[in-house]
Design a protein around this ligand. Structure first.
Ligand code: SAM
Length: 424
């Protein structure tokens, strides 16, 4: 009899590929995770597994790039106090709403009131002041209805109910705008599609409110059963600059679970651009300035040398092809290093830092962000516990760099990510 061929296990250059982190087919929209789409969201199962393995006795979790708050919700459901920070005001709104237990009775009353709003919204309304070209992005009837709903939401109390509505409203803005919904960047529908596009704004909002209400009710039930008092908050500080002691005292964080951006916003994910229409309608701060403030948003004059030989070698390769791109990419790692240095300080001895990262390709060179993160933490006295490889089954990510971003960089960038675990 012919022997069966042996299964081939792909060797890993870093460490182990012991277990499957793909979670293909898993329900990633349970609890308040159902609230709002966002680019490059972490899936709850990854945060959950990290907490179950490395945070079993954790009392405080920190996420320095919390986005929509995936790791915060996963921490809370395990009875851990959580703090997140993000520079994007829309991300802060979503993550705050996801960790806040808005009262269901008041929510239901407000949802019921939606049906009594006038059928024909007033044609005169206050336009979102930070949005130029309103008619380019919204049909007039859509704008009128959005304005009516926004004005209604502004009257809601308490704040947790208002915030809950604002999150559903934000997705409604996006879905009912003229922007192509399959993409995170803003691209207008073509004329043919626009001609047929007649969104029902109020029904869209209501459907999202009801979906989110179910997620919230499930989350509340889970937390009530657990019955532990803990702290949960979202802040707006930038760990690249500092971590204010009023938020976190050095040596107090048990576990960091986070996914930093894959690179600067201009050439990877434009979080500010994604958020612009919602932020304008909601009156959030400076939607147009967000991308410049995020990691790698400001290019430095000379490329830095990093405490990572692997990263320095990759940057040198990029430099050979394009000095300008090497500078831009180096600006991102410069910020990442400063941030990690500050984050390392707030972790307690024995505590963990878990970073989910992607290795993007620049000018044909794979940027070894997983190794850089491990080296940056090692420079702060952490030991490398493990790096897990994760195939990305369906994350909506720029798998290819958009040719519109950087000419000549169309190579596939990321179909897998790396879960780097370090211990202090
Ligand atoms: C990959 S996303 C995080 C997604 C998040 N884990 C989730 O599940 O929604 C990266 C986030 O980093 C934020 N960001 C980028 N630079 C930042 C900085 N210097 N400080 C804080 N947040 C930053 C972006 O606004 C974005 O929300």
């Amino acid at each position: 009899m012919k022997p069966k061929p042996m299964a081939i296990v792909e060797p890993s250059p870093a460490t182990a590929v012991y277990d499957d982190w793909t979670f293909a087919g898993a329900d990633t929209r349970q609890l308040t995770h159902c609230y709002h789409d966002y680019p490059a969201r972490m899936i709850p199962q990854v945060a959950g597994r990290l907490l179950d393995r490395y945070g079993r006795r954790a009392r405080l979790l920190f996420d320095p790039y919390c986005g929509t708050g995936t790791s915060l919700v996963e921490g809370m459901r395990r009875g851990i106090s959580v703090l997140g920070t993000d520079l994007n005001p829309l991300a802060r709104l979503i993550s705050s709403a996801k960790i806040t237990q808005a009262p269901l009775k008041e929510l239901d009353q407000a949802i019921a009131q939606l049906d009594s709003l006038a059928e024909i919204p007033p044609a005169d309304f206050a336009e979102p002041s930070s949005l130029r070209q309103l008619e380019f992005w919204f049909q007039p009837a859509v704008s009128a209805r959005l304005a009516q709903l926004r004005d209604f939401i502004d009257t809601l109390t308490p704040q947790s109910v208002r915030q809950f509505f604002q999150v559903a409203f934000s997705e409604t803005v996006r879905d009912c705008s003229n922007t192509r919904n399959e993409e995170f960047k803003l691209y207008r529908y073509d004329a043919e599609r626009l001609g047929k596009f007649k969104p029902d704004v109020r029904a869209t909002l209501k459907a999202k409110l009801l979906r989110n209400r179910k997620g919230l009710a499930d989350f509340r039930t889970l937390l009530e059963r657990r019955n532990t008092a803990f702290f949960a908050a979202v802040a707006d500080f930038n760990t690249v600059a500092e971590i204010p002691e009023k938020w976190l005292v050095p040596g107090t964080v048990d576990i960091v679970v986070t996914s930093p951006p894959y690179g600067d916003s201009r050439t990877t994910v434009a979080y500010g651009q994604y958020s612009r229409l919602s932020a304008a309608w909601l009156g959030l701060d400076e939607p147009q300035r967000v991308d410049g403030r995020l990691m790698g948003g400001t290019t430095k004059r000379s490329p830095a040398v990093f405490p990572s030989a692997t990263l320095n070698a990759a940057l040198a390769q990029v430099q050979e092809v394009s000095a300008a791109r090497a500078l831009e990419v180096s600006a991102f790692y410069h910020d990442l290093l400063l941030s990690i240095t500050n984050v390392a300080r707030v972790v307690r001895p024995g505590g963990y830092a878990c970073y989910v990262v992607g290795n993007r390709r620049v000018k044909g060179v794979v940027m070894p962000t997983d190794v850089a993160v491990a080296d940056f933490f090692a420079a702060q006295g952490f030991r490398h516990v493990d790096t897990f490889h994760r195939q990305i089954p369906n994350k909506r990510m720029p798998l290819k760099n958009s040719p519109g971003n950087i000419a000549g960089e169309t190579a596939a960038t990321m179909s897998r990510e790396y879960v780097v675990v370090m211990q202090k």
